[in-house]
Design a protein around this ligand. Structure first.
Ligand code: EPZ
Length: 434
């Protein structure tokens, strides 16, 4: 089983370029099949989640062509939207974003048959709000044998939909289904993340009529058809934030390129509170830290609040600060599974309900640890890079779902990290690094 082997203790220095936003790409790749014309999408991050979704789109008959490492063309014309249509498979059942194919197929064909979503084990992750949205638009939605969801409608008619909980997935999925519905749909209490805006902008380049994305009221006026388009995905705010916290935890000096600084405001302000220096340029940020880090309080909230996807990375950094910090996870029920792994490295963290109380320690000690989900895995890499000595991280497949060339980018900043797949290879790595 592949592992990351890491020798910590070096301050990361240099430049790193951020890839396209995974959570925008997944909605956009699904939306691309809603036209029978060709769509070209640039800045697609090459991660296992996007590869899995593209394979699923191809499996149901779309034409997918990789024009280069980060540019893909998709044409949904080959999809047969009748009741032979079925999105299923071992891999697609592992990712969360398969559910966007329900909204896209239902919107285009008034029919969808998709395996229920998987995704990181950070809570129960129901899809009741998605289903409520589809039903409000006029679909009949059933969970059928074999863990599949079937949605069917005579036609979809625009309605007023209020989301009880702010949900990124439900907001995007309802936008997809409403884009070709008859009449006007209003989504109240919508999520406002940058990736919601990116999906809405993409749909509008295909001829949709969506206003208000990025606010908590999104208005969709259904159109009769969508046409081909060319689009470039925004940079990934969470990958950028991950490298920002990595620079701070290792007391480094890193220029993070291809970012939208505004999307990073919640992260930057917390790192500055901790004593780091963050310098913003047009499309990059420089993050520096040295000496003592100050403790702070974090509460994860929907955008523009502090992002839940940065909670673990921030906690791993706060565990090295000089004092007590409190981290409250208000979005998911089970997003502290990384804490036990950090404690194996000498962290002093106690979890009580949805709050982690973090007493800073001087340093981490290298250990053998296991990634439980995507962002928890990133947090463990940050801790191992800051630790004294060698660490191994198991189950890196979770990390590779959302970070492109993660080890390569870290080596580019002077970090000692390699992928090994046996104890012998790990020993060889230790001898090589010394
Ligand atoms: C998206 O997940 C992201 N995944 C997550 O990123 C991210 O953590 C999350 O949004 C919040 O920003 C993708 O975009 C593929 P939600 P999603 O619906 O859509 C509850 C990562 O690390 N809820 O906004 O599943 C839900 O249980 C991943 O890249 C319902 O109750 O998140 C949660 O408590 C991890 N019913 C809250 O809403 C529903 O029908 C927010 O979930 C839907 C959600």
């Amino acid at each position: 089983m592949e592992q990351y082997a890491i020798k910590g203790g070096k301050a990361l220095e240099g430049e790193v370029t951020i890839a396209g936003a995974k959570n925008a790409a997944l909605g956009i790749l699904a939306a691309a099949i809603m036209t029978d014309e060709k769509v070209v999408i640039e800045n697609v991050p090459d991660v296992s989640d996007t590869r899995t979704l593209l394979a699923a789109i191809q499996d149901i008959g779309a034409t997918v062509e990789h024009l280069d490492e980060h540019t893909v063309s998709i044409c949904g014309k080959g999809i047969v939207g009748d009741d032979t249509l079925s999105v299923d498979g071992k891999n697609i059942r592992k990712i969360r974003a398969s559910y966007y194919l329900i909204g896209a197929l239902l919107g285009k064909y008034n029919y969808a048959n998709v395996a229920l979503p998987g995704g990181c084990d950070i809570g129960t992750r129901p899809i009741d709000l998605h289903i409520k949205g589809f039903e409000t638009l006029g679909a009949d939605v059933k969970i059928i044998q074999g863990g599949k969801i079937v949605a069917r409608a005579e036609k979809l008619v625009g309605k007023h939909i209020y989301l009880d909980t702010v949900s990124v997935g439900a907001t995007i999925n309802i936008m997809l289904a409403a884009a070709l519905a008859e009449g006007k749909t209003t989504i109240e209490n919508a999520a406002k993340e940058p990736h919601i805006v990116d999906v809405a902008n993409f749909l509008n380049t295909m001829g949709a009529n969506i206003k208000g994305a990025g606010t908590d009221v999104i208005r969709v006026r259904g159109v009769s058809r969508l046409h081909g388009a060319e689009y470039s995905i925004i940079p990934d705010q969470i990958e950028a934030g991950t490298f920002m916290t990595m620079a701070v935890a290792t007391r480094g000096n890193v220029l993070i390129k291809n970012v939208i600084p505004k999307h990073l405001e919640a992260i930057s302000s917390k790192l500055i509170e901790m004593g780091a220096t963050v310098i913003e340029y047009d499309d990059s940020v420089r993050v520096m830290a040295d000496g003592v880090l100050k403790p702070t309080q974090i509460k994860t909230l929907p955008y523009p609040g502090f992002p839940t996807d940065m909670q673990a990375q921030m906690a791993a950094t706060l565990a090295l600060s000089d004092g007590t910090s409190i981290v409250t996870e208000s979005i998911f029920e089970n997003r502290f599974r990384y804490v036990q792994e950090l404690c194996k490295m000498g962290a002093d963290i106690r979890v009580e309900g949805n709050t982690a109380i973090i007493h800073g320690v001087e340093k981490y000690l290298g250990a053998s640890i296991v990634a439980s989900d995507l962002r928890a895995g990133a947090a463990l890499v940050i801790a191992a890079l800051a630790a004294d000595g060698f660490s191994t991280i198991d189950d890196i497949k979770f990390i590779q779902r959302g970070y492109e060339n993660f080890d390569e980018k870290i080596r580019g900043l002077g970090g000692d990290i390699e992928i090994v797949d046996s104890e012998r290879e790990f020993q060889k790595y230790k001898l090589k690094i010394g």
